[in-house]
Design a protein. Structure first.
Lengths: 374, 377
């Protein structure tokens, strides 16, 4: 009977029943061994060696980096099983749909792109099998080895029709800014399958990525983590100024965990430049701010915390947050934003846009499709 | 262009008791002929400055396309051939300073990439030569020009020696470094430079321009931009990285009187970094116990910003952001003469909220630079 009812309820009504969409949930991979069934035999020797070599960053959180009160004593993980996440996150904070962003985004700045591509595919299949197909509340991300755009594009096409996958996901750490046309095959595949592309912070300065800032390496985790938004700004400016949104007008691009209210800087400075320097970028047909407002989305966590709350609302107004900002919790990481607390001073209509409606616009109807065929 | 903007009565009455001054914190004087600068260099590397076209300098490939200098005035010779608008101090005084009602202009010069040049001694020599030449040909003969002590920070020892050499010269009002850098400026190796600034009571000016050149990392944290448009749009991120570094490394605990001016970076990004930084500090501050106050209070107290180019000139947003980042104290008028490709610097500030105009045009600079701005030299 449930099935029949679902079919009969109109899309708008189903949206109206939603309370919260979380665009950033980091489910754990308890063991590399879980990928074995999804990995071609030729790669199995890598598993026997404990996985490929993996460049790691120096910068380490002063705590465990996770919400210690969410750790499951059975496996020592805070997001090791779907049921645990449903209990600790989805139910507790009244989240209807969660987008899984996993724990291997950084593979796109590891040096051996072949094994990383194989692992990404296996990981994506594992996500579908363990987390998405059995649960209607979770949706997956097609994690891509961004350092190899052609292989990434193939992976997007392989899974692009799957109703369980709602976005393409890469690290914000990169060797080359994401506007560069070496990446365009990924965007073409994403657009063909009506998938947004998201990038996520954390691997800055690691592996083959550039230094975490344009003046080199920070010293501490505090500095490193605060610097993260600069990679996001650089990519955002690159995407706009290299004409990605001109070539792919329907491409939606999401900046996850990189802050929100720097967007007015990007819009203001680029618009100022554009009015004077159009000759260098003749392929742009709109003001830079128009591309940003049409094509870009920004996730909340870690939401900026001014001492004077209305200041945040002022900045959000400047970037039309009612169209451009989506909620993220970053569960189970240390700087999790509690959706029941962090937005209490937001006007109800803005909160509704951020909690539900902008995510629906970004991900499309696929967000509400059943995972049974995933 | 020369638009005259009436000063509102209310604003004039609340101005300071001294005569209203217009201070331009950013005038890029130009070297037309390096052979005129070379004699001011110490012997040894002097002949390398005298090379045709000037000394060897690494540079990036980002170049503005379109008419140069916007509507800045241009000198022309008898045949009508246009010259450089900032090569001759007397001409600049007559055509810009006097015509636009500027009282004092701070010279920021033509070379902003010294700090990422691979040869430390060449870089330090060029800095010394430019400083001597600036004093002799621009500052000493004209009371309207004040100089910046240009230093190449990749070799802090030589930078400190240069600051100590010129730090008490009444013609010099600040220390100037390119913001392009191999390492973030909070790093301990640079602290002697800040000690020297404080010793001579000089603000530290950082200016974009060398990003991506020489020893600089790529101009963004994700690699090399494609165009000048992208490069210039991204440059404020360099300042963000330096701010994070200087605050987390405790520069302002160690040098509580140090003031830093960030040239040509705008300020719409400040709210984001202040609030992200404060939030992270709350949870991670045990890593940097010497950072005693929340980061935003250091940022508001120690950093100054310039008007060229403000992100927007006419909107409520400008007033809102100036209020949030306390721009009424920290925003300085910068003419950026003669690089007016993005517009006329006086037009750029016509949308400043009432009451802020006199502060931005002069009072903030007077409070920052102090008496030195008006001393004879």
């Amino acid at each position: 009977m449930t099935l029949t009812i679902e079919r009969e309820v109109a899309f708008v009504d189903r949206v109206s029943m939603l309370q919260l969409v979380d665009t950033d949930i980091h489910n754990d991979l308890p063991s590399l061994e879980e990928l074995r069934p999804f990995l071609a035999k030729k790669w199995h020797p890598w598993l026997e060696s404990g996985g490929p070599g993996s460049a790691a960053r120096y910068y380490a959180n002063m705590g465990s980096g996770r919400m210690d009160d969410a750790v499951n004593e059975d496996d020592g993980l805070a997001a090791g099983s779907p049921d645990w996440v449903i209990q600790q996150l989805m139910t507790k904070y009244r989240i209807d749909i969660g987008i899984l962003t996993g724990s291997v985004i950084g593979l796109s700045i590891q040096h051996d792109y072949r094994i990383q591509a194989a692992l990404a595919s296996a990981y994506n299949d594992w996500t579908l099998a363990k987390w998405v197909r059995p649960y209607e509340c979770f949706k997956g991300s097609i994690i891509c080895p961004g350092q190899d755009p052609n292989t990434s594009a193939r992976e997007v096409r392989r899974l692009g029709q799957n109703p369980g996958m709602v976005q393409v996901l890469m690290a914000s750490a990169a060797r080359i800014p994401y506007g560069n046309n070496i990446y365009w095959p990924i965007y073409r595949a994403a657009v063909d399958h009506d998938l947004p592309v998201a990038i996520h912070v954390g691997s800055e300065g690691t592996g083959i990525a550039n230094p975490p800032t344009s003046v080199g390496y920070p010293s501490t985790y505090l500095e490193f983590h605060t610097d993260h938004s600069q990679t996001m700004m650089a990519h955002c400016i690159s995407l706009i100024s290299d004409g990605v949104f001109e070539e792919f007008p329907t491409l939606k691009f999401a900046f996850i965990e990189g802050g929100t209210v720097w967007a007015p800087y990007v819009m203001g400075r680029l618009d100022r430049l554009y009015s004077a320097l159009k000759a260098e970028v003749p392929y742009l047909t709109m003001r830079p701010s128009e591309y940003l407002l049409r094509n870009c989305y920004f996730s909340t966590q870690p939401i900026e915390e001014p001492h004077n709350h209305p200041h945040l609302l002022q900045m959000l107004r400047m970037m039309h947050a009612e169209k451009t900002v989506v909620f993220a919790s970053d569960y189970p990481h240390w700087d999790f934003d509690n959706p029941l607390m962090a937005f209490n001073f937001f006007p109800a209509d803005l909160k509704r846009r951020i909690f539900v409606e902008n995510a629906i616009e970004m991900y499309g109807a696929r967000l509400l499709e059943s995972n049974r065929r995933a | 262009m020369g638009i005259t903007i009436p000063v509102p009565v209310a604003e004039a009455s609340q101005g300071s008791s001294t005569t209203l001054q217009t201070i331009d914190a950013d005038l890029h004087h130009h070297i037309a002929n390096w052979q005129e600068v070379a004699p001011y260099a110490p012997e040894g590397l002097r002949q390398r400055l005298a090379r045709p076209g000037g000394p060897p300098l690494a540079r990036h490939g980002f170049k503005m396309i379109g008419p140069r200098f916007g509507d800045a005035p241009r000198p022309s010779d008898a045949n009508g051939k246009l010259g450089h608008p900032a090569a001759d101090p007397a001409w600049v005084k007559a055509e810009y300073i006097d015509k636009r009602g500027v009282d004092i202009a701070i010279l920021t010069g033509p070379v902003l990439s010294l700090g990422v040049q691979p040869n430390y001694d060449m870089a330090a020599t060029i800095a010394t030569a430019i400083n001597n030449w600036t004093l002799a040909t621009w500052v000493r003969p004209f009371s309207c020009f004040k100089g910046s002590i240009l230093v190449a920070h990749q070799d802090p020892a030589q930078a400190v020696a240069e600051i100590d050499r010129l730090g008490d010269d009444p013609g010099m009002v600040q220390v100037l470094m390119g913001s392009a850098s191999e390492a973030p400026l909070g790093r301990r190796q640079f602290h002697p430079i800040y000690a020297a600034c404080v010793r001579h009571d000089l603000p530290l000016a950082l200016h974009i321009g060398g990003e991506g050149a020489g020893m600089s990392p790529p101009a963004t944290a994700v690699g090399h931009p494609t165009t000048y448009f992208e490069w210039y749009g991204s440059l404020p991120q360099v300042y963000m990285a330096h701010i994070m570094s200087m605050v987390t490394e405790g520069v302002f605990e160690k040098f509580p009187t140090l003031k830093v001016i960030l040239y040509e970076g705008g300020l719409f990004w400040l709210p984001h970094i202040m609030w992200r930084f404060d939030k992270n500090w709350k949870a991670q501050r045990s890593e940097t116990p010497w950072v005693k106050e929340r980061p935003s209070s250091y940022i508001l107290r120690h950093f100054y910003h310039t008007t060229y180019p403000l992100e927007v000139s006419h909107s409520d947003e400008l007033a809102e952001i100036l209020d949030i980042v306390e721009g009424q104290r920290t925003l300085l008028f910068s003419g950026n003469y003669p690089n007016w490709e993005l517009g006329d610097p006086f037009e750029m500030i016509t949308g400043l909220p009432a009451g802020l105009r006199s502060r931005v045009l002069g009072e903030n600079a007077m409070a920052l630079y102090g008496e030195r701005l008006f001393g004879s030299h």
